[in-house]
Design a protein around this ligand. Structure first.
Ligand code: AHR
Length: 523
């Protein structure tokens, strides 16, 4: 897939870009950024689940943010807020991961079934030590994914649970016979098996999921997966809990030593402006130093994927195991005055740019990266939606996801960028333009572009091999300030606007304003 990588890749590919740049010099003015797409050479399908979401029992991510209960004065369907569900449906949420995160390894599924008023109350020891009343359990989660029309990703408890508990949960959800557990599900109101699309064995086993070594986790994985049984039509894809950040040893060890079934190995990487957990950086009110450091840190995702995929290529050359980034996104210092355990943060234009840069990276690795889950869907970390009592707002990150909808299940196309300038601040530099192209399921040619420079427009010349382009039509997300964001008082301060351009003298040039995300069809 080398040709899919854009010009910010180092090594051999830079040489390819350089050669390409030289070739195109005569046709285009020197130093003009030039994107070339080969629409005849189809790449891999960009799995819709690359646009997956994550809803953990954390802060107000599930309770209040989405679940208000059937008796709430806030309009709801089966307890789920109608306003939030409506907005999430518009952005075509393809997949939801639940119930954690760290919470998953303390979650016991039997606490979340049966009459809600009789469910046990526990303390959420990971996230603020608040009461967990278990109002949202298995049946409520499947109501949520049904309302969204999304696939389901259930994360099992390996840390404080057992192989038996996970096996019984899967049987409860998917059993189609007369077993006691399948009958219990029926008694609780769901006759047919639930459709579990993905099931993970543990989460962050190297940390909150049990502080294990990869070898210990792999033994437990091999044991647990042997007992995960479901009728063929309901058997989920099984995900092993992998590594994070620069560490490739988990991907390597797991893909070598898992003896039984594994469909994907997960990976987590969070973008911190400072790169330091003790003082991560501000969500809004930051300077250009943290604009560029955040984007530079998020672009590291590309190298991390490459390094892990290299291990998979070696251990799994037939590409059976996907590399699933099931937690990613920005993580800032919490909003002042909020519970530090709730991880509530604002989302600004910078977050939309972060999202778009990651989408372009995921597309470039779509042959291995077949699922990702941004952390998290509502009110937690890089959220799509923020709520305050009965009000809600859509964040710039929401808009980036919504603009990229045509890329779900589209076919990636090889793309090269020539003469991509560096945007620099202080001693830090990043490529100014990031881009990705794909043939949508509707047959149209889609191009996404990001201008990372917060101060300067960039002109980009677009070429599609063997095709004459007349126009680009689509939308742009940008704003005056780097930290522009939506508030409950001004919920539409940052929202997409239309973006159109026509070819002049047979040449299609797009002028991309500073700090912008653009998605267009090329016609
Ligand atoms: O998304 C918040 C937390 O980050 C998750 O619970 C955990 O898996 C990760 O460390």
């Amino acid at each position: 897939m080398q040709t899919l990588k854009t010009s910010f890749k180092a090594g051999v590919f830079s040489a390819v870009v350089l050669a390409f740049a030289t070739m195109t010099m005569s046709a285009h003015a020197a130093n003009e950024v030039s994107i070339s797409i080969d629409a005849k050479k189809a790449g891999p399908v960009i799995n819709k689940n690359i646009y997956g979401q994550f809803a953990e029992h954390l802060g107000t991510g599930v309770y209040e943010g989405m679940w208000v209960g059937p008796d709430s004065p806030i309009p709801n369907t089966k307890g789920w807020r109608n306003d939030v569900i409506g907005a999430l449906k518009k952005m075509h949420v393809p997949l939801v991961r639940w119930p954690g995160g760290c919470f998953a390894d303390e979650y016991h599924w039997r606490d979340g079934i049966g009459a809600r008023e009789s469910r046990p109350v526990k303390m959420n020891t990971n996230w603020g030590n608040v009461e967990e009343r278990n109002a949202v359990g298995t049946h409520e989660f499947f109501d949520l994914v049904d309302l969204l029309g999304a696939d389901s990703y259930v994360n099992g408890n390996l840390g404080s649970g057992t192989a038996q508990e996970m096996a019984e949960w899967l049987e409860y959800m998917t059993g189609d016979g007369k077993s006691t557990l399948a009958e219990l599900r029926r008694k609780n109101g769901h006759d047919k098996p639930f459709k579990v699309d993905f099931f993970a064995i543990g989460n962050e086993a190297w940390g909150c999921g049990g502080n294990m070594t990869a070898a210990h986790y792999t033994n437990l994985y091999n044991q647990s997966v042997s007992f995960l049984k479901a009728p063929k039509a309901y058997m989920p894809k099984i995900i092993a809990s992998g590594g994070n950040d620069d560490d490739t040893t988990w991907t390597d060890y797991l893909s070598k030593n898992i003896r039984t079934r594994v469909d994907g190995i997960s990976f987590h990487y969070y973008t911190l402006p400072t790169g330091k957990w003790e003082k991560k950086g501000l969500a809004i009110g930051f300077g250009e130093d943290q604009w560029i450091s955040t984007l530079k840190n998020t672009l590291r995702m590309d190298t991390m994927i490459k390094n892990n995929v290299a291990k998979l290529e070696k251990n799994d050359p037939k590409n059976k195991i996907s590399f699933d980034v099931d937690e990613w996104g920005t993580w800032y210092d919490v909003e002042p005055g909020t519970n530090p355990g709730f991880l509530y943060q604002q989302s600004s234009l910078r977050d939309a740019v972060v999202a778009a840069l990651n989408f372009n990276i995921f597309h470039a690795h779509a042959d291995r990266v077949r699922m990702t889950n941004i952390a998290q869907m509502v009110n937690v970390l890089q959220a799509m939606i923020l709520t305050e009592k009965d009000k809600m707002l859509l964040t710039p990150t929401y808009h980036a996801f919504e603009m990229y909808v045509p890329f779900q299940n589209a076919t990636a196309l090889p793309l090269t960028i020539a003469n991509n300038p560096e945007y620099s601040f202080g001693s830090t530099s990043i490529p100014e333009v990031s881009a990705s192209a794909a043939r949508g399921q509707d047959g149209k040619l889609y191009l996404s572009l990001v201008n990372t420079n917060p101060n300067k427009d960039v002109s980009v010349d677009i070429n599609v091999a063997g095709e004459k382009l007349n126009a680009a039509k689509g939308r742009i997300l940008t704003a005056k300030a780097m930290d522009a964001h939506n508030t409950f008082a001004q919920p539409q301060a940052v929202q997409p606007a239309s973006f159109n351009a026509s070819a002049k003298a047979g040449k299609l040039t797009l002028n991309i304003p500073a700090k912008a995300v653009v998605v267009v069809t090329l016609e």
